[in-house]
Design a protein around this ligand. Structure first.
Ligand code: GAR
Length: 206
């Protein structure tokens, strides 16, 4: 069974989609070992606790410097020992040691069709503001592997979403979440859980 850790910073609607997917069987062969937030006020933590999923806050504010925060974050990951780390709206620059240690085992959801509207500074609502400013007619979301760059890893899934006349950044964000993010992130996790050769307990009889 694929054991995952979900890293979050905010509302946690993607976390919710993952928990719902595990419950309703669209994500198979997967368990959440824990949820880690860098932000104590993240509603994602409430969502996790409501489902009895172990939830932890590791905030940079509680540490003297970045190195201490990174160490605490890495220690928590080691303790939870995930097969896969899912960044679901996690707005923290990952320690480079983490990327090395969990190579090809970290995925991220980004709210655009990479390589559009991605890279440093493109996160959350900002991505949709820029898409509207540029006047694109199609946007969407991407699930990709995480490497040393910002949004540069191998693309695993993408789904396109139409931009409609009168869209605001918020209305576009909502449509991208509903039509793309909450679909392709669960799908990517299911795919990894069912087809990763390292998950040797799976696929018997399927
Ligand atoms: C999502 O739209 C996600 O794609 C985005 O943050 C939001 C988190 O929402 N991530 C990024 O912009 C990463 N570059 P959520 O907390 O409700 O899942």
């Amino acid at each position: 069974m694929l054991s995952i850790v979900v890293c979050v910073s905010g509302g946690g609607t993607n976390l919710q989609a993952i928990m719902d997917g595990i419950e309703n069987g669209t994500i198979r062969n997967t368990r959440i070992a824990g949820v880690i937030s860098n932000n104590a006020g993240a509603y994602a933590l409430v969502r996790a606790r409501e489902r009895n999923v172990p939830a932890f806050c590791i905030s940079p504010k509680s540490f003297a410097d970045r190195a201490d925060f990174n160490r605490a974050f890495m220690e928590k990951l080691e303790e939870l020992s995930p097969d896969l780390i899912v960044l679901a709206g996690f707005l923290v620059i990952l320690p480079s040691e983490m990327i090395r240690l969990y190579r090809d085992r970290i995925i991220n959801i980004h709210p655009s069709l990479i390589p559009s509207f991605c890279g440093t500074g493109y996160y959350g609502l900002r991505v949709h503001e820029e898409a509207l400013k540029r006047g694109v007619k199609i946007t969407g979301a991407t699930v990709h592997m995480v490497d040393e760059g910002t949004d540069t890893g191998t693309i695993l899934y993408q789904k396109a979403v139409e931009v409609l006349p009168g869209d605001t950044p918020k209305s576009l964000q909502k449509r991208v979440m509903e039509q793309a993010e909450w679909v392709i992130l669960p799908k990517a996790i299911d795919e990894i859980a069912m087809h990763d050769p390292a998950q040797n307990t799976v696929q018997k009889g399927s």
